[in-house]
Design a protein around this ligand. Structure first.
Ligand code: UDX
Length: 463
């Protein structure tokens, strides 16, 4: 067995993979983690990336970076309307991406290119890869349960669940338990048809690909995975959680404020609520002030990430009343960007108030930190429903943000029995994460299958 493994490792040494992340922080991180995982298995890695939100090559001296023009005009290079941005990128990058693939296929001779791995949102790349006879694998950075909601979009439209009507918000989506109508993705965008088109492209071109890779694990999403096998009869690899393969790796292109850790070092175990809404979400000034007062009134220590321009119309924390931070007397620490994985793993953290982006949700599961869920858009509402109703490892702030509700939610999670039960359940999931990554575990085995599969793709390419 060891001999077979060694011979496969030698084969991988002569093999290059092209990876193309979508240039949004929540998508770049998992793609770069995947790149590191595959590099550790012996493959050479070329990262193709846009100029917009380009990754920092100095953090990855072991990869080759290849920049392509994205054609975005000044006003277009913005995450204010993500559907608009992704739709534009899928049109504007076709030519430059194709040209760069042709060039790379000609140039990279000593280590043949086995396949292309792109984010599922880069749906245009399937046609380009097909035209060059290059197998394309897809990385989907959300979880499987949410992808199935995207897959069900035609049905949701046909049955009238979407567009969402205010009168139906609390009704169940009987075809997709435990979801309610209000959990379905409705993304604010200039033209809703663009959203439907993007989802159709993403789903159909994923189905046409040579395989789907997930930053999730079998034990967490067993039912969704069975359904995925039925609906997507292509090779499927659940090899997550990616970031747990390495200790101390940060792929963040933003500067992480390390003062968080020394601040946490002075706090009691399980006492601090960590608050962060990821890299894209925005809130308004009234919501910002409710959060500030809710946290302050809870009297629990809090570490709060306020990204620059998180609050619409403000640069940073100017809307806070004068002297707010001083009056907290050391119970609150506000930063622009935190080393989130280190923060989550710190013994002082007792809970995470999150927008339920998939990376944040998964990181919370990996570190055994129960959640307060305040989903804002996209996949976040579905993730929050699974956190509260299926895995039962968090509580939902479903109504308009209000300081009294926030204060109660923080206390419930950090000090009350309810929160302790959630902590126990999430600790048992954390143990499952550790098992799935060990030899013989589901993610470990799936990664072995993936690396063997890529080696099978390579001869297809060279004929
Ligand atoms: C986006 C979408 O909004 C999300 O719904 C989707 O699931 C993935 O893409 P984002 O909103 O940024 O992502 O959220 P999330 O998926 O949680 O990713 C944020 C990442 O930034 C996490 O890996 C988190 O650890 C990191 N982060 C966040 C930091 O490193 N520091 C911070 O201060 C905040």
């Amino acid at each position: 067995m060891e001999n077979v493994r060694e011979s496969h490792r030698q084969q991988r040494k002569g093999c290059t993979l092209l990876l193309f992340p979508l240039p949004l922080q929540g998508h770049i991180n998992p793609m770069l983690w995947l790149a590191n995982i595959l590099y550790s298995k012996g493959f050479s890695i070329i990262i193709i990336h846009t100029k917009f939100n380009s990754p920092n090559p100095s953090k990855y001296p072991h990869f080759t970076f290849h920049s392509i023009p994205d054609g975005l005009l000044e006003g277009e290079a913005s995450t204010a309307d993500v559907v608009d941005l992704v739709t534009l990128l899928n049109v504007k990058c076709i030519r430059s991406f194709r040209d760069s693939l042709v060039k790379l296929l000609l140039e990279v001779k000593e280590e043949p290119i086995a396949c292309l791995i792109t984010d599922a949102d880069w749906y245009f790349t399937q046609a380009v890869a097909d035209s060059l006879k290059l197998p394309r694998l897809v990385l989907r950075t959300s979880n499987i349960s949410f992808f199935l909601v995207f897959g069900a979009l035609p049905l949701l439209l046909e049955k009238g669940y979407i567009p969402i009507k205010d009168s139906q918000l609390e009704e169940p989506v009987v075809e997709l338990p435990p979801l309610k109508v209000k959990d379905l993705p409705e993304i604010k965008t200039r033209n809703v048809e663009d959203f439907y088109h993007l989802v159709a492209g993403l789903v159909n071109e994923s189905k046409a690909s040579s395989g789907l890779i997930w930053n999730s694990f079998e034990d967490l999403e067993r039912d969704a995975l069975s359904k995925l096998y039925q609906d997507f009869p292509i090779p499927i690899f659940t090899i997550g959680p990616f970031y747990k393969y390495f200790s101390g790796t940060s792929s963040s292109s933003l500067t992480e404020d390390q003062s968080c850790i020394s601040w946490l070092d002075k706090k009691a175990p399980n006492s601090v609520i960590y608050v962060s809404f990821g890299s894209i979400a925005e809130i308004n000034e009234a919501e910002f002030l409710e959060i500030a007062w809710g946290l302050a009134n809870s009297n629990q220590p809090f570490l709060w990430v306020v990204r620059p321009r998180l609050v619409r119309g403000s640069e940073w924390i100017e809307p806070l009343p004068d002297g707010f931070q001083e009056r907290l007397g050391g119970i609150g620490h506000i930063v622009k960007w935190a080393p989130q994985k280190e923060v989550q793993a710190h013994p002082a953290i007792g809970g995470f108030w999150t927008h339920n982006g998939w990376n944040s949700t998964l990181e919370s599961i990996c570190e055994g930190v129960p959640m307060i869920c305040h989903p804002i858009s996209g996949d976040q509402k579905v993730n929050a429903r699974y956190v509260t109703d299926i895995w039962r490892i968090g509580l939902h702030l479903e109504k308009k943000l209000e300081r009294g509700e926030i204060e109660r939610a923080v206390k419930r999670l950090i000090v009350e029995a309810d929160g302790q039960e959630m902590r126990k359940r999430i600790m048992s999931l954390k143990e499952k994460v550790e098992i799935c990554l060990k030899q013989g575990g589901s993610s470990y085995d799936s990664l072995e299958r993936l690396t063997d599969y890529i080696l099978l793709l390579q001869p297809l390419r060279s004929h």
